[in-house]
Design a protein around this ligand. Structure first.
Ligand SMILES: NC(=O)C1=CN([C@@H]2O[C@H](COP(=O)(O)OP(=O)(O)OC[C@H]3O[C@@H](n4cnc5c(N)ncnc54)[C@H](OP(=O)(O)O)[C@@H]3O)[C@@H](O)[C@H]2O)C=CC1
Ligand SMILES: O=C(O)[C@@H]1CCC=N1
Length: 274
């Protein structure tokens, strides 16, 4: 177990997903996890009861005793949050930012600190230890600090160190990515309802099919295209379905979706960091 004390500044869905992963995987003792937020006391109570972690509305208290501070508010709230905490920081604390778009240099400047600021982009599958997390260090980050953050985030899935300039695209692919897959599953569920199929049976089949697909992608030496072609019989059902997807320019839609999400990450930075 890590010996560091960790404060989450922000106690929303992403903070909870990471807290849950850390607790389940026993990466840090629960009493060394502190969560605080803007104003929602009930939410803090809920997290305290669910995970037996500490929560407080006293940011000063939380930060004073922390080695790692995880910024987990929305990008629009970063300026207010950094103003609130900049006087509270002490040397050697590592600042981890989960915020989409916001650069390490902006946070370093806003906090007027030469402490290490590290950008981390997880996804909500952290809740079950299956996040695909990307990590990029800032100007003052050492190799050892990156390793520590990797170790921490490995509690909630895989970690990959990337260059900060790649973060926008990986935010689209792996941060927002789960939402895009869920969106497709939602459409499949709608089909199930329209056909009057048994929902429980259909859900089990849908989930097992997805599991099979992810395992095939991970284990097979074949490309996704080759795997698809092995399913597609000439004149068969798959071909009929794929023709319809082509008619709707499905692959273009997916690429365009990822481009828009990437652009948004860039735009958030431009707008908020002005
Ligand atoms: N959700 C996701 O899948 C992912 C999200 N992220 C990033 O994680 C961050 C959080 O997202 P998410 O959890 O979805 O957001 P939520 O809206 O669920 O949670 C935001 C939290 O920030 C708190 N907050 C607002 N202002 C402050 C402040 N000044 N100080 C401390 N806490 C504050 C809010 O408190 P209160 O409720 O009291 O207002 C709330 O607890 C975002 O920056 C997002 O880009 C990254 C990867 C994936
Ligand atoms: O939608 C968002 O902005 C955040 C960042 C990645 C996933 N959720």
């Amino acid at each position: 177990m890590l010996k560091q004390t960790i404060t989450f500044l922000g106690a929303g869905s992403m903070a909870e997903a990471i807290i849950s992963g850390m607790c389940v995987n026993k990466i840090v003792p629960r009493e060394q996890i502190i969560a605080t937020n803007h104003s929602n006391k009930e939410r803090l109570m809920e997290l305290e009861q669910k995970y037996q972690i500490h929560t407080t509305q006293n940011k000063h208290d939380a930060i004073r005793q922390s080695d790692l501070i995880i910024l987990a508010m929305k990008p629009k709230d970063i300026k207010k949050a950094t103003d609130e905490i900049k006087e509270m920081l002490h040397q050697d604390q590592i600042i981890i930012s989960l915020l989409a778009g916001i650069s390490t240099s902006f946070i370093e400047n806003a906090l007027e600190t030469s402490n290490s600021v590290i950008r981390v982009m997880p996804n909500t599958s952290a809740m079950i230890g299956q996040s695909a997390t990307t990590i990029a260090g800032g100007a003052h980050t050492t190799k050892e600090q990156l390793q520590l953050v990797e170790q921490l985030m490995q509690a909630v899935g895989t970690t990959t160190i990337i260059k900060e300039e790649e973060m926008d695209a990986y935010t689209a692919l792996a941060g927002s990515g789960p939402a895009f897959y869920y969106y497709m599953v939602e459409a499949m569920e709608q089909f199930v309802v329209e056909k009057g199929l048994d929902q429980e049976t259909s859900k089990a089949l849908l989930v097992q099919t997805l599991k099979g697909v992810t395992e095939m992608l991970a284990q097979s030496p074949d490309s996704p295209k080759a795997l698809r072609e092995k399913i597609t019989s000439k004149g068969g059902t798959t071909e009929a379905g794929l023709k319809e997807l082509e008619a709707y320019q499905f692959q273009q839609a997916v690429i365009s979706c990822l481009e828009k999400a990437t652009e948004k990450s860039n735009q958030l930075r431009k707008t908020i960091e002005r």
